[in-house]
Design a protein around this ligand. Sequence first.
Ligand code: GLV
Ligand code: MN
Ligand code: MN
Length: 416
Amino acid sequence: MSAAGENLRIDGDRLWESLMEMARIGPGVAGGNNRQTLTDADKQGRELFARWCEEAGLTMGVDKMGTMFMTRPGTDPEALPVYIGSHLDTQPTGGKFDGVLGVLSGLEVVRTLNDLDIRTRHPIVVTNWTNEEGARFAPAMLASGVFAGAIPLEHAYGRTDLEGKSFGDELERIGWKGAEEVGARKMHAYFEYHIEQGPILEAENVEIGVVTHCQGLWWLEFTLTGKEAHTGSTPMNMRVNAGLAMARIMEMVQEVAMAAQPGAVGGVGQVQFAPNSRNVLPGTVVFTVDIRSPDQAKLDGMRAAIEARAAQICAALGVGCAIEPVGHFDPVTFDPTLVERVRAAAEKLGHSHMNLISGAGHDACWAAKVAPATMIMCPCVDGLSHNEAEDISKEWASAGADVLFHAVVETAGIVD
Ligand code: GLV
Ligand code: MN
Ligand code: MN
């Protein structure tokens, strides 16, 4: 067994062309993508990825959550595979790189191994996890959560989008419900390469993020119940205003997150007013609070504070308040051996690097529950993500994919 020479590189142009070709599927309205999970665009993206994998000689497995596992065999039939994964689904107004970079870099690793005629002892499996984004069906990282045994399969199938369509029905509709039991696969190691989605690497002028941890999160779905009433004729002291309660809770979430600084965030990204008419006080408001911290005690403390203060706010206004947790994972510490392998690969290739804590959630967070796992990050322009203007350079993309290649090959073992 030998190590890959430091002169070995992936094909940065080919990776970039693949990224741009995938971005043509499910175009957004402002230059990015809307390829939400289990839509026709997702189906098309899957088909393109499957075709590329087939051309690269990979064999496909699909599990009951629709996650795609594309295998390049190893030489040792006993050796568990090394997984490279991320997601092809996007936010409704998503960028071209969030998730896609990780999946297509996995494919690029395999294409490079094929070009160089390198065999590895462990198989390599490139993975496209279903519904990482959680934009259409909460929570995020749904398929990897089921894979890790943290979310029951039936619960996942029953999740509904804003139109009331269920995850299970939509998965069947696009024809990607596989036969494989979810979570049956065992992993030797799991790697995920992703854009940072934050501003640190670019500000520090560093090429590679060596990801040591990921912050934990709670998604708390609030349903506030007031009284629908005329906005003009209902006196101020006779209103039961669920919208006002929502506004006060939103402000309170900001205060709670600010009081937990540093290392904590909190905000609201989705609000639904019903009936949502200009001259009707809302009878119902449904919205989701997203709070995150790498510190478990801080995270749980924020949740407790938000729930207690929300109850007070609603009681004062006579508004009903129900809170359902719809997404959660604890802060994650990535595998120290794999973390050091990523650092060593960056070092070997002469790329600047620094430790990072991931602010966003990733499928690697659930994979870390069932296997040694870690992540690699590259910078993104202005730290912008979950925005159609999300951007990276070809050089950044290639540098991280080279680090991925070397860390994966080191883990999978080259056979002479
Ligand atoms: C996933 O994209 C998340 O961090 O919410
Ligand atoms: Mn992502
Ligand atoms: Mn995302």
